[in-house]
Design a protein around this ligand. Structure first.
Ligand code: NAP
Length: 496
């Protein structure tokens, strides 16, 4: 159970502690932040509201610990990560329990998130040993005008202190996807978990604590992003920010100093359906892609662009599959569970009502109880409706009927987002041409968009982010190149 057994030391009374200098601590603020259970809409957990002074101490400790960690042999750093991964997987149930209560993730998916996170940590340790174990040797005489008198040895070195800020929807997986590459590369890591999901993240951090990482190397400060976010992201002790979330990331990138940024932001992933597509496959992917975790995924299908001639058939097939979705609490493993907050539910409802007013066809009756919104397919959506462009992050999906493939690609590219997209056709040549034309970080052919497997590159264009994730890319991003040049005493010096 959460907060008991090995996790008992991370809670004081009813407030979870924050993690600094290798210890679980109460904030001197004496204040806490409440986490509301999206299903019951009552307070579930409390976390510390950390102060700026506490953030300063965490940064100082991180800086000192990082110097020693960077000198710890790579194979030993990997060993620590493998140990943390095993502990994380061993404690998947209490961590999953937090995900169910904090973010209403269906129980089975919550366990999957923790197991996947353990696998990600192990894979990163293995990948890191290989990537960081190699450097480059360059010789000078390949550049015009140079003799073979200089030898340049370059290798990857850590950046220093990495600040990780994940979003609510995968508070464990998207935290470890930043933590593991930062640590294997020899960095220190400061985590600011999302408020909804903070307790799952604190349990995950305790698994790293149990693995025995050096004091101060990893810390986790809690509090509302709107209150401590700016202080953290503009802190002079931070050498790199890895952020996943919404438009907040755009604001952060304008405020952060001259440090590397990895920003994974929102999406409006388009699903383009051609006339020759396998319509059963299309319908299955629209339902899975659009409604899994109630549409609260960055890579959810967020707009269907479908050729008019097959639209009726696909809409009917999708409706039939949607009728089978179970709706209810996450504890019962329902397909559709409450969205994360009342304000999210209100936002989604606003998009739905705007579409209704402007004449969209509702394929089901709109229904909401508290934060639980029944899955809804909106047909005959037009570009003047907000839902054609905005990210609902809920179980509502617009269908726009198109007269040509060009129209579909045009809609996709007119979006300010460019995360992923997908195209359904049996013609691989057409699929490749459409993929080339879509201005998104990834295009999936004959499958819904997805983040993962976690070692695949993952990146957004335009307002969907900067930099690329995926295990290898993240390790590289959290390092810089260091060169040493050996200069021979004289260019004419020869032996033999
Ligand atoms: P969000 O509101 O942007 O929050 C993300 C994180 O930023 C949270 O930890 C939040 O903390 C923190 N934060 C808030 N204000 C901050 C500030 N001023 N400075 C620093 N940090 C601050 O996003 P969300 O609602 O959690 O997640 C949903 C969004 O994430 C969607 O747009 C989705 O598409 C996107 N997303 C993108 C990806 C991707 O890889 N591209 C993956 C998953 C989700 P608090 O919780 O305390 O406010």
């Amino acid at each position: 159970m959460a907060g008991t057994g090995v996790f008992a030391e991370i809670i004081d009374g009813e407030v979870y502690k924050y993690y600094a200098d290798g210890e679980w601590k109460k904030s001197a603020s004496g204040k806490s932040v409440s986490i509301i259970n999206p299903t019951t809409r009552t307070p579930q957990y409390k976390v510390q509201a950390c102060t700026q002074e506490e953030v300063n101490k965490v940064m100082d400790a991180a800086k000192a610990a990082q110097k020693l960690w960077a000198r710890t042999p790579l194979w030993k750093r990997a060993e620590f990560l493998h140990k943390a991964a095993a502990i994380l997987k061993e404690h998947k149930n209490p961590i999953a329990e937090c995900l169910v209560k904090e973010i209403a993730k269906p129980a089975k998916d919550a366990v999957t998130e923790v197991v996947r996170s353990g696998d990600l940590v192990s894979y990163t340790a293995e990948d890191g040993v290989r990537i960081l174990g190699e450097g480059k040797l360059l010789v000078s005489d390949s550049f015009p005008g140079n003799e073979r008198s200089k030898y340049c040895l370059s290798s990857k070195v850590p950046l220093g202190v990495v600040l990780a800020i994940p979003p609510f929807n995968y508070p464990v997986n998207l935290a470890v996807s930043k933590i593991a590459p930062a640590l294997i590369a020899g960095n220190a890591l400061v985590l600011k978990p999302p408020t909804q999901g903070a307790v799952a993240a604190l349990h995950m951090i305790h698994c790293f604590h149990l693995a025995g990482f050096p004091k101060g190397l990893i810390s986790c400060v809690t509090g509302k992003g709107s209150e401590i976010g700016d202080f953290l992201t503009m802190h002079p002790g931070v050498n790199c920010i890895s952020f996943t979330g919404g438009d907040t990331g755009i604001a952060i990138s304008k405020k952060a100093g001259m440090i590397p940024l990895q920003m994974e932001l929102g999406g409006k992933d388009a699903c383009i359906v051609l006339e020759d597509a396998d319509l059963d496959l299309v319908a299955a992917n629209i339902v899975k892609g659009g409604y899994s975790y109630s549409g609260q995924r960055c890579t959810a299908v967020k707009v269907v662009l479908i050729m008019e001639s097959v639209a009726d058939a696909v809409v009917e097939k999708v409706k039939a599959k949607m009728a089978k979705l179970s709706i209810g609490p996450p504890e019962e493993n329902c397909d559709i569970t409450p969205v994360v907050s009342e304000s999210s539910a209100n936002f989604i409802e606003g998009l739905v009502m705007d579409a209704k007013q402007k004449g969209a066809t509702f394929c089901q009756e709109y229904r909401r109880e508290g934060n639980l919104i029944w899955p809804l397919l909106l047909d005959h959506v037009r570009p003047d409706m907000r839902i054609a462009w905005e990210e609902p992050f809920g179980p509502v999906l617009p269908v726009i009927r198109i007269g040509s493939v060009e129209e579909g690609v045009h809609h996709c590219n007119a979006s300010n987002f460019g995360l992923q997209g997908c195209v359904f056709t049996r013609d691989i040549n057409k699929a490749m041409m459409i993929s080339d034309a879509m201005e998104t970080g990834t295009v999936q052919i004959n499958s819904a968009p997805a983040r993962g497997p976690d070692h695949f590159p993952f990146q957004g264009l335009k307002d969907s982010g900067i930099g690329s994730q995926g295990i290898t890319n993240s390790i590289n991003m959290m390092t810089k190149i260091k060169s040493t040049v050996i200069n021979l005493p004289s260019p004419s010096y020869t032996v033999g």
